[in-house]
Structure formats: structure tokens, C-alpha cells
Design a protein around this ligand. Structure first.
Ligand code: ADP
Ligand code: MG
Length: 477
């Protein structure tokens, strides 16, 4: 006997002790584990009935007939083979028991050899079945817990695994059919998505396709489905490609920006000369017009417009140019003050009230030129938000988050504030509410701060003011 059979256990249920004993000896010699019971009640009293691969059940027991016991026994031991041990005279009731679920019968007196053969073939069947069940449950476990989204489609019925539940936020019972899948996940584009699916299905899923979905929590995601079909069944591999799509979009944008940057740099260079020439001509013109204030007003407007044009070129160039940092330890207060002085000189605005508060050490390693650019952009916006009497307060303080030291710089104004849309779009390139704005000031700040591995956030309230918060990591070196 091989080792697998060695572990198999058989239950003998017979009220005849001699009979139990002789069968037991035969089976134990063959390596089976044997248990016995003398009555139907004793048998049903055991709580490991399903552990036996075979149960030899005497047709006639003092407390019941095999026919009376079989249905209850089958329920308790659905995987065990039940063999009725019977005499020639009782064939009718034996056959009835077989109809009720018994697997086979043995005629008394039990022939050791035929008993052994019968049990050996049942043991083989039992082992094959057990292996099949184990491999089925391994398969189910694999699909259920696969760290990739898997869907099984059987005609119209649909089974989703745990990862798909996680990806969509829905439970398997909420998406039970193909129709459910598209109705639940693509509520606003149901017909279109179902058509798309039918189309790739008709093409034997040669290509994977993308479906925009709405998760149960309302968040929109993009799923990629690669499928395989056989007969009436399909398996889908479902991947959430939202981030990948975003990254691709960002990459395309970065490439486009680089191209724009190159073009604008050339253009700005050429234009600078042209602008200089235009300014030179304006100087000469103004000399001739010094007694005609109306015309002088026009020339100064032309001058301002030329200035705006140059600034626009400069901002687009700065935004699109790749950022390389030249880090050095600096005191941010000094950089802030210098940025404000710069602005005052440029805009001829010396009545900006700047209140600075420092809490702790403010020296940090940054690219002083780039950070100066950030401060200029933020201060310029703050001044623009309150032309009458800009009041700006700056707080610099250190804090620790996730075990890292950060320097936080909060720049708050008491200007007009932003509405919700502006607040949501403030870092979007070219978004501006100003007549001569480029909408690049804040996106430039974001690029520079992120290049320093920092973060920038804006909070604002209409009519109250705006606060821009910058967090820069402090490296101890
Ligand atoms: P621009 O200044 O050229 O418009 P920005 O990127 O600097 O571009 O700013 C984008 C928009 O954000 C501005 O047009 C303005 O509506 C809003 N904004 C930025 N900073 C402030 C602020 N401190 N107060 C009010 N609105 C602001
Ligand atoms: Mg600006």
C-alpha cells in the first residue's frame, strides 16, 4: 500500500462484533486507519464522519435500517463512499439505499479479496477527487487573491475577483452580469461602452481597450481590459491605468513644453533686440513731444505695453525651460526682502507693508535665484490683489513631518482673495484672471518648489485674502 492510502480512514458500522473485528483486521493489514461503530446512533454520534473515505454500513442495524440512515449520513459525510454490507435476500432494500445515495454494496459473507479490491479502487477515486478539489480550490484562491484584476465571464454571468472589487469599490454581488458591469461602472456612457466592448469582442479581443469608469465613491478612473475568449467564456485582465495615462499625458506635456521653451527662447532673444530698438525710438519721439502731454501719455502707454510684452516672453521662457538647481545655504528673510525691493523698483510701489515673523533658524539650502523668482511671483500677485495698500505678512517656521525637518514659509495678503474656480486652477499653466497676466506665475513657483522637493499650497477666501504656503525640506549636512 502506498503512503497516501496509509492515511485513509474507514468506518465499519456493524452490530456483529466478530464481523467488525474480522473486517478491521483485513483493512488494518492493508494500512487503512479503521474506526468502528456498533449502531446507527453510535455512528451518527461521531463528529468526524466526513473524514472517512469509506463507510461500510451494515444493512440491518438494531436501531435502524441502512435505508433509514442513508439520507442523514450522506448529508453528514458528503465526500465519503458508502458501501452497504448486505445479504443476498435483502437486495431490494439495498438497491433502494443505493438510489438514496449509497455508492455500492458488498454481499455477506464479505470476501477479503473483493473487499480489498473494492476499497482500493474507491481509494484511488477518492484521491483523484481530493486532488481535483484541492487544485480547484488552489485555482479559486489564486484568481480570488491575484494582485491583478481578473474577471471571468460565463455567457452573461460575470465573476470579479477581489482586486476588481478593490479597483471599483463594488462587491462581486453588485456586478453579477455583463450588463451590470457597464451599467454600474459606466453610468453616463453605458451604450457607448457596451458597443465598444461588443466591437472588440467581435474582433476576438485582439486589442486591449480602455474604459472610463466611475467608482462607487464617485471617483473617475480609467480601466484597461485585455481579454481572452473560449467557447462561451471569457477571462479579462483588468488594470487601472489612470496614473499611467496621467504620466503619459504629463510626458507629452513636458515634451511640448520643451519644444515651446526652445522656440520661445529664440523668439525672446530676437524680440529683445526689437524691443530695445522700439524703446530707443520712443526715447527720441518723447524728446520731440515734450510739450504735448496727450501724446506723451500715449508713448508711455506704448512703453508699458512693450514692458508687458518682454515680461510675457520672459515668463513663458522661464516656465518652459528645464530647471537645474544651484544649491547654497541662504537666509530666506534676506531673499524675501530682496525680492520685495526688486518689485518696488519695478512697479514703483514703495508703500507695501511687509511684516516678517521668524520663528527659529531660517537658513536653508536652496537655489537663491530660483527661490527669489518664487517670492517675486507670489509677492507680485499679493500686491496686485490689493493695489490700494498692500499688507503682506510672512511667517517662517520649522516643523517636523514624517521624520523630516521642513521650513514653512507662509505669505499672506489681505487682498481680494480668489473664488473657488481660481483657487482650483491657480497652478494651471496660462490660467489668469488678469487682463495682461500670463497665468504662468504660480505654475513657475510650483515647478521650482517641486524641483526643491518641496510643496506649495494656496488657501484663499474672497474678500478676505490669500495665503500661499511653501514647505521646503531642510537637509542636515
Ligand atoms: P497671473 O498673475 O499672470 O495671472 P499667476 O499664475 O501668478 O498668473 O496667477 C494666476 C491667477 O491666480 C491670477 O490671475 C489670480 O486670479 C489668482 N491669484 C494668484 N495669487 C493671488 C492672490 N494673492 N490673490 C488673489 N488672486 C490671486
Ligand atoms: Mg502672477
Amino acid at each position: 500500500m502506498d503512503s497516501e492510502v496509509n492515511q485513509l480512514s474507514v468506518l465499519i458500522v456493524d452490530d456483529d462484533e466478530a464481523m467488525r473485528h474480522s473486517i478491521r483486521r483485513v483493512l488494518e493489514l492493508d494500512g487503512y486507519q479503521v474506526k468502528v461503530a456498533g449502531s446507527g446512533q453510535e455512528m451518527l454520534g461521531q463528529d468526524d464522519l466526513d473524514e472517512h473515505f469509506a463507510i461500510l454500513l451494515d444493512r440491518k442495524l438494531p436501531d435502524g435500517d441502512a435505508g433509514d440512515l442513508i439520507v442523514g449520513l450522506k448529508e453528514r459525510a458528503p465526500h465519503s463512499a458508502i458501501l452497504i454490507v448486505t445479504g443476498h435476500a435483502d437486495m431490494d432494500s439495498t438497491l433502494a439505499a443505493i438510489r438514496d445515495g449509497a455508492d455500492d454494496y458488498l454481499i455477506k459473507p464479505v470476501e477479503p479479496d473483493s473487499l480489498r479490491k473494492r476499497l482500493a479502487s474507491l481509494a484511488e477515486l477518492y484521491n483523484v477527487r481530493r486532488e481535483l478539489l484541492a487544485s480547484e480550490s488552489r485555482m479559486r484562491f489564486l484568481v480570488e487573491n491575484l494582485p491583478a484584476g481578473a474577471v471571468f465571464v460565463d455567457d452573461d454571468a460575470l465573476f470579479i475577483n477581489r482586486t476588481v472589487e478593490h479597483l471599483t469599490g463594488y462587491q462581486a454581488c453588485e456586478i453579477g452580469t455583463l450588463q451590470d458591469w457597464f451599467r454600474v461602472l459606466c453610468p453616463d456612457r453605458f451604450e457607448e461602452c457596451l458597443d465598444k466592448y461588443r466591437h472588440v469582442q467581435a474582433n476576438n479581443f485582439k486589442q486591449a481597450c480602455l474604459f472610463p469608469i466611475v467608482r462607487k465613491d464617485g471617483i473617475r478612473r480609467e480601466l484597461r481590459i485585455a481579454a481572452h475568449r473560449y467557447d462561451h467564456n471569457e477571462v479579462w485582465l483588468v488594470t487601472d491605468v489612470t496614473e499611467l495615462q496621467d504620466a503619459e499625458r504629463r510626458m507629452v506635456q513636458a515634451e511640448r513644453l520643451a519644444a515651446i521653451g526652445q522656440m520661445v527662447t529664440g523668439l525672446a532673444h530676437e524680440s529683445r533686440n526689437a524691443l530695445q530698438r522700439a524703446r530707443g525710438c520712443l526715447d527720441l519721439l518723447e524728446l520731440d513731444l515734450h510739450e504735448r502731454p496727450e501724446q506723451l501719455n500715449l508713448t508711455s502707454r506704448i512703453r508699458r505695453a512693450l514692458g508687458d510684452l518682454q515680461r510675457n516672453y520672459e515668463e513663458v521662457r522661464q516656465y518652459a525651460a528645464p530647471i537645474t538647481l544651484d544649491l547654497a545655504p541662504v537666509d530666506l528673510n534676506v531673499v524675501l526682502q530682496a525680492s520685495l525691493d526688486d518689485l518696488n523698483a519695478t512697479f514703483d510701489q514703495s508703500d507695501v507693508k511687509l511684516k516678517m515673523e521668524r520663528r527659529g533658524e531660517d537658513a536653508i539650502r536652496v537655489d537663491v535665484h530660483r527661490i527669489g523668482q518664487v517670492f517675486r511671483n507670489i509677492l507680485e500677485n499679493a500686491i496686485a490683489a490689493d493695489r490700494e495698500s498692500p499688507q503682506i505678512s510672512v511667517v517662517l517656521e520649522q516643523h517636523v513631518e514624517n521624520g523630516l525637518k521642513w521650513l514653512r514659509c507662509g505669505i499672506a495678503d489681505r487682498g481680494a482673495g480668489m473664488d473657488q474656480e481660481t483657487q482650483a486652477r491657480v497652478f494651471e499653466p496660462f490660467y489668469t484672471t488678469k487682463q495682461s497676466g500670463t497665468g504662468l506665475g504660480m505654475p513657475i513657483c510650483k515647478r521650482i518648489i517641486e524641483a526643491h522637493r518641496g510643496q506649495i499650497q494656496v488657501s484663499s477666501e474672497l474678500g478676505v485674502g490669500t495665503c500661499v504656503r511653501i514647505d521646503l525640506p531642510i537637509q542636515d549636512d
